[in-house]
Design a protein around this ligand. Structure first.
Ligand SMILES: [Zn+2]
Length: 167
């Protein structure tokens, strides 16, 4: 085998091993937690971080306090996952009011303000990153998404939920 090919293959193998090991050890997550989206309990149970959509289809989660208590009682880390969660919601410039609304609904539901944020489809404009930073919200990146096992409610992820049990 050509030397360059060998080096390239070694690097690819090393990266694959690093990603695989990271995904085994980093906290598991689940995206798209909200009352309006069906979600398999077994994947919620497997996850350490639940990414919550505060106002899916225009309905604030805080209106469903029974649901809020149920989610809170799971004792998981909860993060803010957009506001309405439409495609590329955070690819367009957002006003402070957009963040405020999501954070308020989240707080009215769970009793505390969110500290972590994940953009729908991970699409995040640079100006919005600055806005999140000003609001003390740390955001998840595409790299974060690839080194964590991330399930999706309604099995709507790029990879099906079962896939994350293998890789
Ligand atoms: Zn999502």
């Amino acid at each position: 085998m050509e030397k360059l090919t060998k080096i390239t293959l070694s690097i690819l193998l090393a990266v694959a091993i690093i990603v695989f090991t990271s995904r085994l050890t980093t906290p598991r997550e689940i995206d798209d937690i909200t009352p309006g989206i069906p979600c398999e309990q077994k994947y919620i149970d497997k996850s350490d971080i639940l990414w919550v959509i505060p106002k899916f289809q225009g309905i604030p989660i805080s209106e469903n306090q029974t649901w809020c208590k149920e989610i809170l009682n799971l004792n998981k880390t909860l993060g803010l996952h957009g506001l309405l969660h439409y495609y590329h919601e955070f690819s367009d410039p957002k006003e402070q009011a957009h963040i405020d609304e999501g954070a308020k609904i989240f707080k009215d539901c769970f009793g505390y303000k969110p500290t972590i944020f994940k953009a729908p489809n991970l699409a995040l404009l640079k100006d919005n990153k600055i806005l999140l930073f000003k609001n003390n919200l740390s955001y998840q990146t595409k790299l974060d998404q690839s080194i964590h096992k991330v399930y999706h409610c309604n099995n709507s992820g790029t990879f099906p939920n079962w896939f994350h049990n293998i890789w």
